[in-house]
Design a protein around this ligand. Structure first.
Ligand code: ATP
Length: 228
C-alpha cells in the first residue's frame, strides 16, 4: 500500500500525457469521488482525471436517474476544479458501458506512450475479475486502487491470481511504463461517503449537507430526484 502524505508531489516535467479515468454510476456524485479525484491528480502528478459516468452500468441495475442527469450533476459538482473533467464518452456509446472500451478510446486519443490509469475504489476492485475482459484492462492501463474506510474486505483468490506480480509500491515505478501495473493508494482524506447512503438519506428526508457539493444538492432539489 502506498501511503500518500500531504507533502507528496511527484509532478515535475513529463513529456508523455498522464491521464486517469474514474468511472462510476455517480448516482449522485459526492465528495468521496471528488476529493479522491483531486488527491489522485496530485499524488500521481496527472494532467487530468476524467470522471466518466456509465451510461449502461454492466454490473448493477440501471440507476433510477438518467445518464444525462447524472452527467449534469457531475458537471455541477466539478465546477471549475482544476484537473478534473466530466467526460461523456460512455453516454455516446450504446450497449453496456465496458471499461475496456473506454480505456481503448482514451488510449487512441492519448497515444501508445501515454500513462493511462484506471482508478477504482477498493469495493469496485474486489469485483474486478467479474468485469468484461479483466486481463485486457491491464493491457490498456494501470490500475490504481483507492482505499475506502467503509470497505475493508480482503482480496478474493481469483483477484490475487489476476494481479499476479503486477503490484508496485511507488508512483514512480507505476508510471515508468504506459500500462500493466497495479498500485494501492491510501489518500490523505479517506471519506466514508457512499451514494447508497446519500440516496437513502434523501428518501428518508434526512440531511445530505457536506456529503456532496452544494450545487449537486441544489440540482437534486430542483429536479425532485431521489424521492420515493
Ligand atoms: P453506490 O453506493 O451507489 O454503489 P458509490 O458511492 O460507490 O455508489 P460509484 O459511482 O459506484 O459510487 O463509484 C465510482 C467509483 O468511485 C468506484 O470505483 C468507487 O469505488 C469509487 N468511490 C466511491 N465512493 C468513494 C469514496 N468515498 N472514496 C473513494 N472512492 C470512492
Amino acid at each position: 500500500m502506498c501511503v500518500v502524505d500531504r507533502g507528496s508531489d511527484p509532478k515535475g516535467t513529463h513529456s508523455v500525457p498522464r491521464v486517469a479515468m474514474l468511472g462510476g454510476t455517480f448516482d449522485p456524485v459526492h465528495l468521496g469521488h471528488l476529493r479522491s479525484a483531486v488527491e489522485l491528480h496530485e499524488a500521481l502528478g496527472l494532467d487530468r482525471v476524467h470522471l466518466i459516468p456509465a451510461h449502461v452500468p454492466p454490473h448493477r441495475e440501471a440507476p433510477g436517474v438518467s445518464s444525462a442527469q447524472r452527467l449534469a450533476m457531475l458537471k455541477a459538482g466539478i465546477g471549475d476544479t482544476s484537473g478534473l473533467v466530466a467526460d461523456d464518452r460512455e453516454l455516446r456509446r450504446d450497449g453496456p458501458s465496458y471499461s475496456t472500451d473506454t480505456l481503448a478510446s482514451l488510449r487512441e486519443e492519448f497515444g501508445q506512450q501515454a500513462r493511462i490509469v484506471m482508478a477504482v475504489g477498493h469495493d469496485a476492485f474486489l469485483n474486478l475479475t467479474s468485469w468484461h475482459e479483466p486481463a485486457r484492462l491491464f493491457a490498456l492501463a494501470h490500475v490504481v486502487v483507492i482505499d475506502r474506510p467503509d470497505h475493508l474486505s480482503p482480496l478474493p483468490t481469483a483477484l490475487t491470481e489476476l494481479i499476479g506480480d503486477r503490484e508496485v509500491d511507488t508512483v514512480r515505478a507505476l508510471l515508468a511504463t504506459p500500462a500493466g501495473g497495479l498500485l494501492r493508494l491510501s489518500l490523505p482524506s479517506r471519506m466514508a461517503i457512499s451514494a447508497t447512503d446519500i440516496r437513502q438519506r434523501l428518501i428518508d428526508g434526512r440531511s445530505v449537507r457536506y456529503l456532496l457539493p452544494e450545487a449537486v444538492e441544489q440540482y437534486i432539489q430542483i429536479h425532485h430526484l431521489y424521492r420515493q
